[in-house]
Ligand binder design. Sequence first.
Ligand SMILES: CC(C)(COP(=O)(O)OP(=O)(O)OC[C@H]1O[C@@H](n2cnc3c(N)ncnc32)[C@H](O)[C@@H]1OP(=O)(O)O)[C@@H](O)C(=O)NCCC(=O)NCCS
Length: 180
Amino acid sequence: MTESADQVEIELARDADAAEISELSRRYIEYGLRQAYTPQRIRELIRHRSKNVVVARAARRLVGFGIMSYGENSANLDLLAVRKACRGRGVGGKIVAWLGKVATTAGIALLFVQVREQNDIAIRFYQRLGFNRVERIAGYYQGREPAVILCRNLRSLLAAAPSPPAAPVPRPLPDSEKPR
Ligand SMILES: CC(C)(COP(=O)(O)OP(=O)(O)OC[C@H]1O[C@@H](n2cnc3c(N)ncnc32)[C@H](O)[C@@H]1OP(=O)(O)O)[C@@H](O)C(=O)NCCC(=O)NCCS
């Protein structure tokens, strides 16, 4: 990819993106673990009303994705990945800024993320975006690997957002409507 992040569009994922998102998750995030984010699971998340699954596209090619869950007072960045060949050009930062803007619009001030402790690159990436380490949880990943928990105050993220997305603001889902 030769495009800069300016030429990358962030948009809500469609069902047709599910298999590719699942494959990127398996390759870049869930490696060495039992895969939880199957194409079927991704399709459920795309339809879930208190979550956003977004993709980054460059010339229509899917180059990255992010999945966010929205709660009452905080949001959680569940997954984020950028294709290896497309890294270091601001795509990951743009996805986080887009999702952060949605959360801020919904009145949410705190954004949490969990990272495998061995994933130094992602930890440095999040710290660069203003996240701070708040906790370490042993055995977080399938009882086998620790997670580092990082948190960011979203009000400062807003200032760094490249452009405000016209994104739908998700509403918390009543238990009766949650996917099983
Ligand atoms: C983490 C990840 C999403 C970053 O995506 P990216 O598009 O390369 O990130 P950006 O280009 O937007 O970088 C934003 C900032 O993070 C920092 N950063 C990114 N990669 C870095 C690296 N390898 N080492 C140190 N800092 C790094 C940069 O300093 C950059 O700031 P700058 O533009 O001021 O220099 C990407 O490396 C990735 O997909 N990794 C595999 C999946 C993963 O680990 N996901 C996170 C856990 S769910």
